[in-house]
Design a protein around this ligand. Sequence first.
Ligand SMILES: Nc1ncnc2c1ncn2[C@@H]1O[C@H](COP(=O)(O)OP(=O)(O)OP(=O)(O)O)[C@@H](O)[C@H]1O
Length: 607
Amino acid sequence: MTFENLYKSFKYSLPLALVVMVIAGHGAMDPYLAYVATSWVIFGLLAMSLDLVWGRGGVLSLGQTAFYGLGGYFGAVVAVNMAPVTGNSLIWLLPAGALFGAIAAALVGYLIFYARTGPLQTTILTYTFTLVLWTLTQSFKLTVGDAVIGGDNGMSNIPGYILGFGEGAESADPNLMFLIVVVISALAYLGVVRFMDGSFGRIIDCIRLDEEKAELLGYDVRKFQLYNFLLAGGVAGLAGGLYAGWANYLNPSIFSVQEALLVPIYVLVGGRGTLSGAFVGALLIGGVSFWLGGGAIGGQTTLILGITLIILVMFLKKGLLGALDDLCQRFLPDYNAAARDMKPVEVDSAVVSKIMLDAEAVAGPAKSLQSRDLLKRFGGVVPVDHVSLSFGPGTPHSLIGPNGAGKSSYLKVCVGLYPQDGGQILLGDQDISSLPMYERVRAGIAVKNQKPQVFPELSVQENLWMAAYSMSREPEKAGEVSSAILHMLGMDKQREVSAAVLSHGQQQWLDIGMVLCLAPRVILFDEPAAGMTNEETRELSKLVRLLSQYVTIIVIEHDMEFVRTLDGAVTVLHQGRLFTQGSIAKLRNDERVLDIYLGRRAHVQNL
Ligand SMILES: Nc1ncnc2c1ncn2[C@@H]1O[C@H](COP(=O)(O)OP(=O)(O)OP(=O)(O)O)[C@@H](O)[C@H]1O
């Protein structure tokens, strides 16, 4: 077995080995230590829920303790009433806790993601939610059957971990409690890691890296963010259920500021985005506090712990597991070295034709794009001023005009990046004006923005796969499509290369490849030749001409030589309005067109 294979299996094998060790050593721990260590593992599980939304999803939620507390309270209410009937308490505490945590997260997540609050507002909102619960629970008194929620006095008499059923039911001792929590946490961890290793996790990673691009690939970003939040809420609720049974008592302090702020610290210390780091952080901080609390330093625990944490977070920015990962990377093969051998892209007509015919078989024939009286305003600026245009397949369409003419805005309104203020957009016969961006993409319109938008942490192959998967939702099909495009780009040998190390021009090609993976029926390119060499620009022109035989293609360009080689229809925009249309040969002799470029004559001298 190579070190690489071993490294890839670490996230499964190491936790499993630890669980086996705990099972083997069961009963050997000092009962008090076992009791306290159980809480550290529970905090690890809670921290993992935050790592899901923060480390993987990119959203810092300070509401995880809220879902944890709510899961704990709800699980406890159910267990207090049901455990006397069945004996077993865990079958009530845990599912009820997880369910309530997930429901609460779904409600909060819906508000956050569908109201499109920014990252900072999300953090503040989730924090406020926790504080509101803290305040409310202090005076909240309720009796549900045998369960009494006593406001500030908390809720007592919560059954511990009772195993077995009926007469055979028995309470677990501290060592067994520790074992139960370790096994349940390990199962939750392995389930989450397995799930996040699949397509869902990859989509969440893409959303974290570039939310706009993920939506431009046709992913319903809000929905995925909400599902991830819900999953994390479920994990936090599960941890809450475990905590309620461990402590036999709950009070409003579970929603306190201190509790809420400790969770991100566990994640940072262990390593954000690693999932297992959450446990490392919680165990380390729990262990160090325990040791300091019992040792000679006594009262200075918080101070020393605080200083240690600041030093750790400052010098190990990726946390302990992140640093360990960096170390392991040194012993892995350097796939990025292949980036140096990359040959310039050569467009092969036969290969492109095959790809386009395959796409047509799946996505249907080319569609036209029409705008009717399209309007976009930014305050007093009107970049798209009642524009009515129609584009179809057969020839490339170039959109030109001086800086600020509204070209990019027009494309962005068409794809839904900017909401329109009036008018209609038709894709074929379908009115897409009110569709969200991801649905427009799924309907067949794809855009490549001016700057290359690739996911830097993903490999070349993964970037293409993410685009292809968005359309087919079948991993194998996505693999086939992405491999064909990879081959078309001449990047077979660079499939494992990280997109981050590609040159600007190579990233442009990769981005173009991602657009083609979507099997679009209309393609919008915003300055695709920017940053490309002359040779690459020539190949790009060839590609655009080929593509126009199969789909509708609109290209914004300042490079008039490129527009000339496209030899297609040209539309001139000026001050947000349609100025004129025609062939490049006709526009070359149009004095009015030269006039609107005044001050930028250098760019149009070829006209
Ligand atoms: N998000 C935005 N917010 C406010 N104003 C905007 C926004 N996007 C574009 N504009 C304004 O709309 C006008 C048209 O800009 P746009 O980028 O569409 O023009 P363009 O023809 O693509 O220009 P360029 O060739 O320089 O890229 C400009 O005045 C610009 O400042």
